[in-house]
Write a protein that binds this ligand. Structure first.
Ligand SMILES: CC(C)(COP(=O)(O)OP(=O)(O)OC[C@H]1O[C@@H](n2cnc3c(N)ncnc32)[C@H](O)[C@@H]1OP(=O)(O)O)[C@@H](O)C(=O)NCCC(=O)NCCS
Length: 203
């Protein structure tokens, strides 16, 4: 008999899901060039550190909307976004992020700050929905799970009529975002890694 994969289930995630989302983002982003530059060469350490920061960010960002894709009860993809004028986490959360970053050592903390400053400086000033992070478990990529998350994101953008904004350090993700209506509006090296900044016009 042919094996049938369980159905994909798309749903809004909440506080109860923070640990699972942070774990997925930790392992899903571990091979990103910026993460290598910021956290260092050891993959397990990159995963651990990013998971730890993401858990602070997610639990301290009440405006953040996180949508997840589950299969057979396991979370396999997530897309987070914040509504207009909420790009910066609350001050208390920024402080908690800084103190968590300092536990990684002064070098990693300084690199995290430099990354944050570079992205914040390029954030567009017009009201927008800020997309990210977006991640699909690496062994399930290229099967349409990211597309499912982007369709949900772009239909939300279209329903409220505001632009979307996103950043990435991966050229292949630029193509992925372009397919969903985003266009590159800027490029810059951050910690020696090429980064792209993208905007999706309102429909
Ligand atoms: C970007 C990402 C979310 C796309 O999810 P996905 O489930 O692979 O997306 P889909 O299957 O719907 O679409 C695949 C497309 O994404 C792009 N892509 C990016 N990275 C990919 C990867 N590692 N494997 C396969 N496709 C990838 C390809 O251009 C592909 O295009 P194609 O349809 O012409 O082959 C996923 O690849 C990922 O988690 N990447 C790492 C984290 C990241 O960089 N996130 C974005 C910046 S925050």
């Amino acid at each position: 008999m042919r094996h049938r994969e369980p159905y994909l289930h798309l749903r809004s995630l909440d506080r109860a899901d923070v640990a699972e989302v942070a774990a997925l983002l930790g392992r899903g982003m571990a091979d990103s060039p910026l993460h290598v530059a910021v956290y260092g060469g050891d993959e397990a350490r990159r995963t651990r550190r990013h998971e730890s920061l993401m858990s602070v960010l997610l639990s301290g960002s009440p405006s953040m909307r996180v949508v997840g894709v589950e299969q057979g009860g396991s979370l396999i993809g997530v897309a987070a976004a914040v509504p207009p004028a909420r790009c910066r986490p609350p001050a208390k959360t920024r402080l908690r992020l800084l103190s968590r970053a300092l536990t990684f050592g002064p070098g990693a903390a300084a690199r995290l700050l430099a990354w944050n400053r570079a992205w914040t400086a390029r954030d567009i000033s017009e009201p927008h929905v800020h997309l990210g992070p977006v991640s699909v478990d690496w062994h399930l990529r290229g099967r349409g799970i990211g597309t499912l998350l982007m369709l949900r994101h772009t239909s939300h953008l279209d329903s409220i009529g505001v632009p979307g904004y996103a950043e990435t350090d991966r050229p292949e993700v630029v193509g992925f975002y372009r397919r969903h209506g985003y266009a590159v509006i800027g490029e810059a090296d951050v910690l020696g890694v090429p980064n792209w900044f993208l905007r999706r016009p309102p429909r």
